[in-house]
Design a protein around this ligand. Structure first.
Ligand code: C5P
Length: 228
């Protein structure tokens, strides 16, 4: 039995997992950990250093050179790759296009999962990703599995990228990237994305951010020592 509370949020790409995870962490005073940012930062390192993911020795050596750190400002999580703030760069298309292949590598997964385990040892956390409820914390007290209509997901992501000034990308390209990542993430050998049997399904196609937060909070409430 763990003494801390772990909330696991898994689901397809661009379902709003991080939006819910951040809002929930803020409401509960928990620590938010974006596991996808870790795989993205590793991918950025691999791209910059031309690491060949088909060469296990090269991958193992590269992982030794990577130091990841989070720092949080008002529940916006920022990730540092060897001391450099890379939170913006890891959201851009070169990383999005390669992250599923990098994250499917067993050595990469092993390394990230070990780090994630350490982060959830003592503190109350909300962690989002693809394998949190199934592999990283299969003993999490509350697990959500998020989904939404693929077209709506692509539109949301597209708007987000446009707002950040990424004007070169089309809605079709975003849709294709999400479809590709969903396929790769659900069919890979190493801890594929799948719903844990005890995960609560949250389809937010027609839900506002407030509604999904209420839905999630009501499920978490029984595990809190005091109501918020
Ligand atoms: O959550 P986000 O979309 O930023 O994750 C990027 C990619 O990282 C996913 O498409 C998936 O390939 C990988 N990932 C993973 N396991 C996690 C979190 C993310 O394999 N726990």
């Amino acid at each position: 039995m763990r003494n801390n509370v772990v909330i696991a949020i898994d689901g397809y790409s661009s379902c709003g997992k991080s939006t819910l995870a951040k809002a929930l962490a803020k409401k509960l005073g928990f620590i938010y950990i974006d596991s996808g940012a870790m795989y993205r930062a590793v991918t950025l390192f691999f791209i910059r250093n031309k690491v060949n993911i088909n060469n296990d020795a090269e991958v193992a050596e590269a992982l030794k050179q990577i130091d990841l750190n989070f720092h949080s400002r008002d529940y916006e999580s920022h990730i540092l790759l060897n001391g450099e703030e890379v939170s913006e760069e890891i959201r851009q298309m070169p990383v999005s296009e390669n992250v599923s292949a990098v994250s499917a590598h067993k050595l990469v997964r092993h390394d990230m999962v070990c780090q994630q385990h350490r982060m959830g040892q003592e503190k109350n956390i909300v962690m989002d990703g693809r394998d949190i409820g199934t592999a990283v914390f299969n003993d999490a007290q509350v697990k959500f599995f998020m989904t939404a209509d693929p077209k709506i997901r692509a539109e949301r992501r597209f708007k987000e990228l446009q707002a950040k000034g990424d004007k070169n990308i089309t809605l079709e390209e975003v849709f294709e990237n999400l479809a590709h990542r969903d396929y790769a993430d659900t069919t890979r050998q190493e801890s594929p994305l799948t719903r844990a049997s005890d995960a609560i399904i949250l389809d937010n196609t027609n839900l506002s951010q407030e509604e999904q937060l209420d839905f999630a909070y009501n499920h978490v409430k029984p595990f809190l020592t005091r109501e918020i």
